[in-house]
Design a protein around this ligand. Structure first.
Ligand SMILES: [Zn+2]
Length: 298
């Protein structure tokens, strides 16, 4: 019967007895807060067409940065911690998360270690209280238990996509020139995709998919040009978002990730263009339907 309060209490007792760890905690919190302030000013860079609202984008960016800070803290804290304390902490976290039913929504603690829950608080990241009471109205269970279902619900699919895009932007923020080139590819792909829906045709969906695939090939080419910068990056979290999309409910999301996901940075943004295409084609079908109804009435 553990709660997050118990995790926090345990972290306080370990920090109080371990001065080097407390020092690392404090410097991580101060440096982390500075990173958060910087992020607030640069959330929308690199900028490209997407389907996410500004507020959701901000939240996802905040989360991605928190995740990265907790991950770096854990790497530095590792040698300062007693294995028994780490084990005890992990057991408390797993238990607290299971009780709260938070599953996939709290993965940032899973990647870190003793001190992470308090550090997360200091960074101002509020975990979702529970899937039912959060902004996530999950119907597939993934948000609650973190077990990948056969088919993701819309909420979880969009949450994953948002997180993937936010992590992609976070990585690109550190490489402004590369980021601008990626943004240009996304912009051009979005334009070409939009044009597909402006011209009559039988299979606009597969034409739009073709444009996204071409965008993916351009991204791969960019990745080869920036190979040296990419080698320095930790792409583990970014890559971890690819596999769950095999359970995507939207066939176009599934096929786009399958074709473009491994093309490198920018793949998340290209996938998000599926949502833009859906929007355009929905408007288009609504217009055609209205015209047909109008014609019948004449
Ligand atoms: Zn769900």
């Amino acid at each position: 019967m553990t709660t997050l309060e118990a995790v926090d209490g345990f972290e306080r007792s370990v920090l109080a007895a371990n001065a080097p760890l407390a020092g690392l905690f404090e410097s991580s919190a101060v440096a982390g807060a500075a990173r958060m302030r910087e992020l607030a000013a640069r959330t929308t860079f690199p900028s490209w067409p997407g389907a996410t609202s500004a507020s959701k984008l901000r939240a996802a960016a905040h989360e991605a940065e928190t995740f990265a800070i907790l991950d770096e803290y854990a790497a530095a804290a590792q040698e300062l911690l007693r294995p028994a304390d780490v084990e005890r902490w992990q057991a408390l976290v797993v238990d607290a998360q299971r009780r709260a039913g938070r599953g996939v929504l709290t993965d940032e603690l899973g990647c870190s270690t003793v001190g992470a829950s308090l550090l997360r608080d200091r960074l101002g990241w509020r975990p979702f209280r529970s899937p039912q009471r959060s902004r996530i109205r999950c119907e597939c269970g993934y948000a609650a238990d973190g077990v990948l279902p056969k088919v993701l619900c819309d909420e979880c699919e969009e949450l994953l996509l948002r997180r993937w895009v936010a992590e992609e932007r976070r990585l690109l923020r550190g490489m402004p020139a590369y980021a601008e080139e990626v943004a240009l590819v996304i912009e051009r792909t979005a334009e070409k995709q939009a044009k597909v829906f402006q011209t009559p045709g039988d299979d606009l969906y597969s034409e739009a998919f073709g444009q996204r695939k071409a965008g993916g090939r351009r991204l791969a080419k960019l990745g080869r040009t920036h190979r040296v910068e990419l080698e320095r990056l930790d792409l583990r979290r970014w890559s971890s978002f690819i596999a769950p999309f095999t359970s995507a409910a939207r066939p176009s999301v599934k096929t786009t990730v399958a074709k473009v996901g491994r093309r490198g940075l920018g793949a998340a943004a290209i996938t998000e263009l599926v949502l833009c295409a859906d929007e355009v084609s929905n408007r288009l079908s609504a217009r055609i339907l209205a015209e047909r109804t109008g014609a019948r009435r004449k």
